[in-house]
Design a protein around this ligand. Structure first.
Ligand SMILES: [Zn+2]
Length: 103
């Protein structure tokens, strides 16, 4: 039975501390390698297992953890079949015009 997006193993004790440590180590920057070279570089708010339950791995050591932006985390965990995993996430849309400027 498919269980995409669902964690099959519980997070380790003190995960919130581990998570904070990894985010700090990676500078709160997404570590996803881009096909063109370099890293994604978007602000990261997720800590992800490079190899996880999907690969039959239960490794919560720092070396198996990395910071990802929400977009890449979603790409990795939610839509693994998607072919756009190496595309850049969309930039934030520009600020809307002040209503006072619209006539
Ligand atoms: Zn990213």
């Amino acid at each position: 039975m498919p269980s995409q997006g669902r964690r099959t193993t519980p997070l380790p004790k003190g995960w919130h501390r581990t998570r904070a440590r990894i985010l700090k180590r990676d500078g709160h920057v997404c570590q996803w390698p881009l096909a063109a070279g370099g890293l994604c570089g978007e602000p990261a708010n997720q800590v992800d297992h490079k190899l996880g339950a999907a690969q039959g791995v239960d490794d919560h050591s720092d070396g198996n953890l990395w910071a990802l932006c929400q977009w890449h985390h979603d790409q990795k965990t939610g839509r693994e079949a998607s072919a756009v995993a190496h595309a850049k996430p969309p930039r934030r849309r520009p600020a809307e015009q002040h209503p006072g400027l619209i006539n």
